[in-house]
Ligand binder design. Structure first.
Ligand code: FAD
Length: 414
């Protein structure tokens, strides 16, 4: 049982770490909380980095998870610019890069993930950028001005969101994707095709099956992307968005079990019961799909943060949620519920040309996932049905004369 004499040390002051500190207080923990993060900022949200912050619609102070002074009011010892470098499990101590160390009763690893670097010649040229933190976006903003040619390498959500902002600001983005469709890792082909047309019709140049061979430079500055086909795409800057790698080395070196992330149980506890891992760096058992998975999303970071805090405080954990995600590109608000892996067939509800529809993905009778574009009711209904393992009739889903709420109600009552 944790007491007010104990210390909870949180490594990583991001979305998961910040939420965990706040939840520990909410669940009544009265001991010491140290929230140590390597970035120079208080905990902040990353989603706006590729949306409203990149486009200049909001300033950095709108990114903070809560007003900076609230950490002090909650008696959370927030230490920014402090990187943890090793964990001594026998002594229950963490060492930091500045030479200091701290003891813990409970340790939370919330170190997130880092960008995957482009492994080609020329990747170290000037104006080859990535998009993970505030500093990255601040460096990027000058590239997004009218007339500037931006080569976006990677047709995933971050690359596409950035391309949409670039276009909106008058720049000329070209999206370069190695696979034969966009969003291949996370979406079914219908959605990939939809986004391809959505971007093309708004003036974004999309190149599929385009493998980058090298980046070309002039006087140290990137000026082009050479493809394996021999084609060269001329540009003024490059934005690389080819995925992330979990920050799990601290855990591996401390002898904790790791795989694609730090392995945790349903309570977010690692193979050492005094150590928890949450957010992008954790590979947990998804309570809805009953399989091991590492998710990179805000809702997952928040849920795991609350679960770890509840376990530490011996409080009931939050109800498991269907994994979900959102993406904003141009006037298209995508909300995805569930995971598409294992999809056997998909049905469409609504008219895709109207920009207001949802695609429901099934495995046998079971609803696995749904992608809703500008259609929050379908998203909400799908999220709830997936959580309950529901089996809606695909023909009813396609029939927009039947309100989605009624389909959901009937299906949950079965
Ligand atoms: P982070 O928020 O990354 O926090 C981890 C922190 O730990 C970082 O500040 C890092 O510097 C720090 N750290 C790392 N190592 C150490 C160390 N050794 N010592 C101390 N500190 C350390 N998700 C959505 O659901 N919807 C979206 O629309 C969406 N858009 C996104 C757009 C962008 C541009 C990005 C980058 C991400 C987006 N995501 C989105 C994903 C979401 O932001 C992440 O899943 C979420 O931030 C994960 O939270 P986290 O706390 O695990 O990691």
């Amino acid at each position: 049982m944790i007491s007010s004499e104990d210390t909870v040390l949180i490594l990583g002051a991001g979305q998961a770490g910040g939420q965990c500190a706040a939840s520990l207080r909410r669940f009544g923990f009265e001991g010491r909380i140290i929230l140590a993060g390597s970035e120079p900022h208080p905990p902040y949200q990353r989603p706006p980095l590729s949306k409203a912050y990149l486009s200049g619609e909001i300033e950095a102070d709108r990114l903070w998870l809560q007003p900076p002074e609230t950490w002090e009011e909650q008696k959370v010892d927030l230490r920014t610019g402090l990187e943890a470098i090793s964990i001594d499990r026998a002594q229950k101590t963490v060492r930091f890069a500045d030479g200091s160390s701290e003891n813990y009763s409970c340790l939370i690893i919330a170190t997130g993930s880092r960008v995957r670097k482009l492994p080609v010649e020329g990747a170290d040229l000037e104006s080859v950028r990535y998009l993970r933190n505030i500093a990255d976006v601040d460096a990027l903003k000058s590239d997004f001005s009218p007339g500037k040619r931006i080569a976006v390498i990677g047709g995933g959500y971050i690359g596409l969101e950035a391309a949409a902002v670039a276009k909106k600001l008058g720049a000329k983005p070209v999206v370069i994707e190695a696979l034969d469709r966009l969003l291949a890792r996370v979406a079914q082909p219908e959605l990939s095709d939809y986004y391809k047309h959505a971007h093309q019709s708004r003036g974004v140049d999309i190149r599929l099956s385009a493998k980058v061979e090298s980046l070309l430079g002039k006087e140290g500055h990137v000026c082009g992307v050479r493809l394996a086909s021999g084609d060269v795409i001329e540009c003024d800057s490059v934005l690389v968005g080819i995925g992330v790698i979990p920050n799990q080395e601290l855990a591996t070196e401390a002898g904790l079990k790791t795989g694609n992330g730090i392995v945790v149980n349903e309570d977010c506890q690692t193979s050492d019961p005094a150590i928890f891992a949450i957010g992008d760096c954790a590979e947990g058992i998804n309570p809805v799909y009953h399989r091991r998975i590492r998710l990179e999303s805000v809702p997952n970071a928040l849920e795991q943060a609350k679960t770890a805090a509840a376990t530490i405080c011996e409080q009931p954990a939050p109800e498991p949620e269907t994994p979900w995600f959102w993406s904003d590109q141009f006037d298209l608000k995508l909300q995805s519920a569930g995971l598409v892996t294992g999809t056997e067939f998909s049905v469409i509800r609504g008219d895709m040309d109207s920009g207001n529809f949802a695609i429901f993905h099934f495995a046998g009778d079971f609803l696995l996932a749904a992608d809703a574009i500008n259609d929050p009711p379908s998203f909400m209904a799908a999220k709830m049905m997936i959580a309950k393992g529901a089996t809606p009739d695909p023909r009813e889903i396609e029939n927009t004369d039947i309100p989605i709420k009624d389909i959901m109600k009937a299906c949950l009552a079965k």
